[in-house]
Design a protein around this ligand. Structure first.
Ligand code: HEM
Length: 141
């Protein structure tokens, strides 16, 4: 089968139910993860609100809806101790989750966006937090 192409956000790309499944399944993994779990448990106080926030975020990115109100960049810069290993782990768990969804178009688009957005979050994080260190790229492999 040919590789799906990267598409502009569109409601046909996936359903709202698929996004909700993706968010819940990703966090079921991430919260159990020895590296990422403690960070999420230490910073997310209202999980229902966080699920709504993340569902609205991915719905905006994939389906083009406009319910998301947030500021991902400063919220991640505010988290202490993030590393390229943590971002790679995040991306790995995200890709594992999308690979289980049997929607190759969603999978390709969500994985591509996650690497792109994760890369920007991590680049800005390094510039703000580790200005004297050499920049490290994400591989997302
Ligand atoms: C090391 C990797 C990451 C960690 C540890 C992490 C952790 C967190 C935490 C703890 C929050 C809640 C912050 C708060 O409400 O104050 C959050 C919010 C969020 N994260 Fe991440 N994150 C990571 C990577 C990513 C990536 C790669 C993406 C997108 C592809 C992402 C998207 C978001 C979004 C959209 C929010 C909501 C921001 C808002 O409410 O304004 N995160 N993250």
């Amino acid at each position: 089968m040919s590789q799906p192409e990267f598409l502009a956000p569109h409601p046909d790309l996936c359903t709202e139910e698929e996004i909700s499944w993706l968010v819940h399944a990703f966090y079921a993994r991430a919260r159990k993860d020895p590296l990422l779990g403690p960070i999420f448990e230490g910073h997310v106080t209202d999980w229902d609100a966080h699920f709504v926030q993340m569902t609205n975020f991915w719905s905006m990115k994939l389906r083009g809806t406009s319910h998301f109100r947030g500021a991902p960049m400063p919220k991640h810069v505010a988290l202490p101790g993030l590393t390229s290993e943590l971002f790679e782990r995040w991306l790995q768990l995200f890709r594992q989750t999308t690979s289980e969804m049997e929607n190759p178009v969603l999978q390709f688009n969500a994985d591509t966006l996650a690497l792109h957005i994760g890369g920007r979050l991590w680049l800005r994080y390094q510039m703000e937090r580790y200005p004297d260190k050499q920049l490290v790229d994400l591989h997302g492999a």
